[in-house]
Design a protein around this ligand. Structure first.
Ligand code: PEP
Ligand code: MN
Length: 247
């Protein structure tokens, strides 16, 4: 099946290899700007979370609206479209006013009221696969969005939970390839969350390209040591940029 195209400003997911990069969470204007400036030549889309789905309530939850404002400002500054996660159906309108792509995170892939709400918008939706979701369940989530009239979709494989603990999750490249064939929507790969290990990220970006996926999403921080979330898997800008020199 020919891949459908999801256009985001002048970027076409489904045609060529699109790169999304940026920090896990937006921590400050300085942090996002420093990171974005350092990687802008190699990204199509800037990412950064303002509402973070953390496993523990005492962990950094994101800057909320303030984070959205920073994302919009920095995106405009570096002239790149942006993507950020929305977790609550009540925030969809707010998040829409600050970003170009709405991200549905793995933990919210089966948040059906949220899927319906983003389905009612005209914004492109980056739909991550839940880490315990079968392909059929992922397609079910996709159908919730399509049914409301929004067909601007990008699917994202970010690893599933298996018995293996040596990597953070297990990157299901085969499943993701099937998803691309069976849905026709562009599929991108997130090796950052899938592995939790910076050493494994560059080769998996190359694997994603070689296998014909439509792009990648990679976490980068100008100083991973001080990152407030997913510090272990963040690449330094120079490590990130090196991947794309040889791609
Ligand atoms: C993220 O992209 O920052 C994120 C939380 O990813 P996931 O939903 O895949 O865990
Ligand atoms: Mn993250």
């Amino acid at each position: 099946m020919r891949t459908k195209i999801t256009k985001v400003k002048n970027i076409k997911f489904g045609k060529g290899f699109c790169v999304i990069g940026g920090p896990c969470a937006i921590e400050s204007k300085e942090q996002l700007l420093k990171t974005a400036e350092a990687i802008k030549k190699n990204i199509d889309i800037l990412r950064g979370g303002a509402f973070k789905p953390r496993s523990r309530p005492e962990s950094f939850q994101g800057l909320g609206k303030k984070g959205l404002e920073i994302l919009k400002e920095v995106g405009e500054k570096i002239k790149k479209p942006t993507v950020t996660e929305v977790m609550d159906p009540r925030d969809v309108e707010l998040v829409c006013s600050f970003t170009d792509i709405l991200q549905i995170g793995a933990r919210n892939m089966q948040n059906y009221p949220l899927l319906k709400e983003v389905g009612k918008t005209k914004k492109p939706v980056l739909l991550k696969r839940g880490f315990s979701a079968t392909l059929a369940e992922w397609y079910g989530a996709l159908d919730y969005i399509l049914k409301e009239g929004n067909n601007r979709i990008i699917l994202c494989e970010r690893g599933i939970r298996t018995f293996e603990r040596a990597t953070r999750f297990t990157l299901d490249l085969a499943g993701a390839l099937l998803a691309k064939r069976e849905t026709g929507f562009p599929v991108i790969i997130d090796p950052s969350h899938a592995t939790g290990n910076p050493v494994l990220i560059p080769p998996l970006v190359r694997a994603a390209k070689a296998a014909g996926f439509d792009g990648v999403m990679v976490e980068v921080h100008y100083n991973p040591k001080i990152a407030k979330s997913d510090a272990k898997q963040a690449l330094l800008p120079r490590e990130f940029n090196r991947i794309f020199k040889s791609l």
